[in-house]
Write a protein that binds this ligand. Structure first.
Ligand code: SR1
Ligand code: MG
Length: 389
């Protein structure tokens, strides 16, 4: 039948055809598309005992429409990433019930009993003791397993080849790691940030450091990444009295530098802190970078003795983790900056009564993290940047 774009009215028949829904007359479907890229539908039976989510990739960027074409094959990358994570961290992703490559559609667990982390934070919630720890573990488990430490050489080369994702990587190379530092039609910002946006574009030292991070993104095939690990890609809540953290939306997945995943999370953590500061709602925001880094490092070190290639010795592990740390700090800086003066902004800042003071602080933190990343060697050093502004 070929690729067809699903509308809410098509979902009942679609799920029935695919063997996921026996009685298509007992279904209510609603569209809950929220991110920049795709459409998402939730289906439930009248008594609520059957509930599913369907995510479909469109042949364009959803928020831009057909004027920004984008291959729906990004859904293949997402399905592949879920497959890899399911092997090592099944408790940290939604259950995937099927992938339909013809329609670029994933059928998965409905997580509407959980909340998007960004939404909760924007509403004034704190992180709680588990979220950032689970995120750090998630990054360690996925990246160790898909690195040269976790896989035999030939299998790893095959993963690398299968995970090439040129179009999605190009989005990141452009919208995160270049456009905010040049004049580009995608860029926009609050009028009262023009001085900083102009300053950043004229800053040749900043540009060279971003070029370095951009080149590392393009060429450092350390491990399979989530690729877009912001607080809108995390759901949290409680099930049967136990805390639940689920990472979703890995469509930007590819084999790249581990620091990109950690850095994206940290940027979003730091921006959430600026929102909370602006609203007088600071709680545990300042702990989250350290918590996620410690969890990442602890889990990576725990897995180290299982490495497939013992030529990599313990001293090399220290060096490798130091490189990951430094990259993460730099990518956190680039993610903050692009979220304020680039294409895709964050509701954390845009919904503030006055977004300017928090946005200015965020931009300055981002710049410091990029420029001083080699000198900031631990979470306390990053803290000093944040409190020192
Ligand atoms: C055109 S896409 C802009 C952003 O949305 C996605 O969530 C990624 O973060 C991407 O950079
Ligand atoms: Mg997304």
């Amino acid at each position: 039948m070929g690729y067809r774009i699903l509308e809410p009215a098509d979902v009942a028949a679609y799920l029935n055809e695919r063997g996921h829904w026996p009685d298509p007359s007992d279904i209510t479907v609603r569209e809950v598309s929220d991110g920049n890229m795709n459409r998402v539908f939730l289906a439930r039976s009248a008594d609520g005992t059957r509930r599913l989510a369907v995510k479909q990739a469109l042949p364009w960027v959803r928020v831009a429409g057909p004027s920004w074409p984008m291959s729906p094959e990004r859904a293949d990358a997402e399905a592949r990433a879920y497959e890899q994570v399911a092997k090592v961290a099944p408790d940290k992703i939604p259950a995937i019930l099927g992938y339909d490559p013809e329609n670029y559609a994933l059928v998965m667990e409905d997580m509407s009993d959980l909340e998007v982390l960004r939404t909760l934070l924007n509403d004034g919630a704190s992180y709680g003791p588990h979220t950032s720890t689970r995120i750090g573990e998630f990054v360690a488990q996925l990246t160790f397993a898909t690195s040269d430490f976790g896989m035999e050489s030939a299998a790893r080369k095959a993963l690398l080849a299968a995970s090439v994702s040129p179009e999605l990587c190009k989005i990141t190379e452009d919208v995160v790691l270049a456009e905010p530092y040049i004049e580009h039609e995608h860029n926009h910002w609050h009028a009262d940030l023009t001085d900083l946006a102009t300053e950043f574009r004229a800053d040749t030292r900043l540009r060279t450091e971003v070029a370095d991070l951009r080149h590392t993104f393009m060429s450092s095939a350390q491990a399979l990444l989530h690729g877009d690990l912001h607080t809108g890609s995390v759901m949290v809540g409680e099930r049967e009295g136990a805390p639940v953290v689920r990472v979703f939306d890995p469509e930007f997945s590819f084999v790249g530098p581990i620091g990109y995943d950690l850095g994206l999370y940290w940027a979003n953590v730091l921006v959430s802190e600026e929102r909370a500061r602006a609203l007088g709602l600071l709680s545990d925001h300042a702990d989250q970078l350290a918590l996620s880094w410690t969890a990442f490092e602890t889990e990576f070190r725990r897995l180290w003795p299982t490495r497939t290639d013992t030529f990599f010795d313990d001293a090399y592990l220290d060096r490798f983790l130091h490189r990951v740390w430094t990259d993460s700090v730099g990518y956190a800086g680039t993610e903050i900056i692009r979220r304020v003066i680039g294409f895709a902004h964050l509701t954390d800042l845009t919904t503030l009564p006055d977004p300017v003071p928090a946005s200015r602080r965020a931009l300055k933190i981002g710049r410091e993290l990029i420029l001083r990343r080699e000198k900031l060697t631990n979470p306390s050093d990053v803290r000093a940047v944040v409190v020192g502004l």
